[in-house]
Design a protein. Structure first.
Length: 370
């Protein structure tokens, strides 16, 4: 076999394929472990979604609706925009892919922050685009640094707001100032995967941002059903953008990119206001509880506008990760993100939070951190 692999593809580091929990448990000889590593909703999915999916099963012999008519209408109504301003994806990750496919030619530049969500840069690499990476400043997007990095070749800017992994948000006033300075030819993408958890005071005015503002850059907002709605397994996300931008993305998508179960499940999730609200309330309570408690162990917790937060454990994070795993608690070491003393933890159920704290205390003592 003689593979002729393009240089840009050879240069890509594959997404670390984390083992299934069952395999990890077998390897470590444990059972009943809890996963606080992927910012998932520990209470989901809502029972309404499960019922709706059951009913849909008998239609699996038919192709899904390629226009996602009902789901698009429902999302548009909820947000207060037109259906023509919504593009659905197989997870919001697919919408990121559409943006890069539609707007990046070989050699075009894309600006991202580091650390931030890893998928932006990978997708740009696949397309032969050039990543220009701006370090976070004080755990936040450095908007000035991003602005200074814009060149004539810049086509896209990705800002996860809140940022993953730090959980910080962009101040809306700073964002406005930044957007006023970005050239009209650059699309600014605000990835709002965690927007549901954000305090109202920090939310941006969706409609105002995506509708054409005379002389200013296009803005695309990304949302997902993977976090607060508890449906990462179904893969549904969407972008909100000017209809002209949406029309470009529709050109590069496959006709049936959102499967039947995903359409029906997401629609039912939108309808279950009580589940959604309960998730937000429980998450806020859990975050408050956890961040208070870990301070007592000599760790430093960082404020977050999401369902996860960073903890400075003041010792090697990879070692702590493995020790936690032996106790059946899966967290994320931040060493690969450039924070060798930090872990990222997702808020779990009350019971999971208590187990996490006990394991953390035990590990900190065992390893002699602090
Ligand atoms: C979890 C997450 C997403 C969600 O991606 P999906 O493809 O919708 O599951 C997007 N962006 C960020 C920053 C995330 O953390």
């Amino acid at each position: 076999m003689k593979l002729n692999i393009p240089d840009n593809i050879a240069a890509i580091t594959p997404y670390p394929p984390g083992k299934p929990i069952d395999e990890l448990e077998r390897e470590y000889g444990i059972t009943g472990s809890i996963k606080l590593a992927s910012n998932e909703n520990p209470w989901g999915p809502s029972s309404r979604v499960v019922t709706a999916l059951h009913e849909e099963l008998m239609s699996l012999n038919r192709y899904p609706d390629g226009s996602c008519y009902y789901l698009t209408e429902a999302i548009a109504e909820k947000i207060g925009v037109d259906p023509a301003e919504i593009v659905l994806g197989n997870g919001s990750n697919e919408v990121i892919e559409f943006l890069v496919k539609a707007f990046i030619r070989e050699g075009d530049e894309v600006i991202t922050s580091h650390p931030s969500f890893l998928m932006y840069q990978k997708i740009v690499q696949v397309r032969g685009g050039v990543n220009r990476v701006v370090p976070l400043s004080d755990m936040k997007h450095d908007l000035e640094g991003v602005h200074d990095t814009i060149s004539e070749k810049t086509r896209l800017v990705f800002l996860d707001n809140p940022n993953n992994p730090t959980g910080t948000v962009i101040n809306p006033v700073d964002l406005h100032g930044f957007l006023c300075k970005v050239p009209e030819s650059v699309i600014v993408v605000l990835d709002e995967a965690y927007v549901d958890y954000v305090d109202k005071a920090f939310r941006v005015d969706t409609k105002n941002l995506v509708r054409h503002r005379r002389g200013s850059c296009p803005v695309v907002l990304l949302r997902t059903f993977s976090k607060a709605y508890g449906l990462p397994g179904l893969r549904v996300g969407f972008g909100i953008m000017a209809a002209e931008v949406a029309a470009c993305l529709h050109r590069v998508r496959q006709p049936f990119n959102i499967n039947r179960m995903a359409q029906v499940g997401a629609l039912a999730a939108l309808d279950d206001e009580a589940f959604y609200q309960q998730t937000l309330d429980n998450t806020r309570k859990g975050l408050h509880f956890l961040s208070g408690e870990v301070g007592g162990f000599g760790c430093i917790s960082y404020p977050s506008q999401t369902n996860f937060f960073l903890i400075d454990i003041r010792g090697d994070a990879d070692t702590l990760y493995r020790e936690m795993l032996c106790r059946g608690v899966i967290v994320r070491s931040m060493s690969s993100y450039g924070f060798p003393h930090f872990i990222r933890v997702t808020v779990g159920t009350e019971e999971e939070n208590i187990r996490f704290l006990a394991a953390l205390k035990d590990c900190m003592d065992t390893l002699g951190y602090v």
